[in-house]
Design a protein around this ligand. Structure first.
Ligand SMILES: CC(C)(COP(=O)(O)OP(=O)(O)OC[C@H]1O[C@@H](n2cnc3c(N)ncnc32)[C@H](O)[C@@H]1OP(=O)(O)O)[C@@H](O)C(=O)NCCC(=O)NCCS
Length: 86
């Protein structure tokens, strides 16, 4: 029985406040995914996930970048969203 599935976690994604107007969040996540794709070539794996606060702006940001909510616990302040790699 499979009880654990390895996955890549993108943690603490965020802009540097001093340069917030100079880069889009989409560019940051594209960069993070490009690093993960390089790692995937070496160690495999297809699942990338993030944890974020249950806020509309953040859910829209991650949805726009291909993530879907897979865990939303009302007792937990964080939600988890997942994206599958090819
Ligand atoms: C998440 C992030 C990378 C997205 O970047 P982006 O797509 O370029 O979008 P913007 O920074 O322009 O933000 C879009 C809107 O979401 C809001 N927003 C962003 N992060 C937010 C947060 N953590 N909580 C509430 N609102 C947030 C912004 O205030 C902005 O609102 P506005 O359009 O009314 O001004 C960037 O907003 C960021 O660094 N946020 C702070 C760190 C963070 O919360 N990271 C997520 C950790 S899981």
């Amino acid at each position: 029985m499979i009880t654990e599935i390895p996955a890549f976690l993108i943690g603490q994604l965020g802009k540097n406040d001093s340069y917030a107007g100079e880069i889009a969040g989409d560019e940051i996540i594209d960069y993070a995914l490009s690093v993960i794709l390089r790692a995937q070539e070496i160690i495999g794996g297809r699942i990338v996930y993030i944890e974020c606060q249950d806020k509309l702006e953040l859910k829209e940001f991650y949805s726009r970048n291909g993530f879907k909510v897979f865990r939303q616990d009302p007792d937990d302040k964080l939600i988890q969203m997942v994206r599958l790699l090819k």
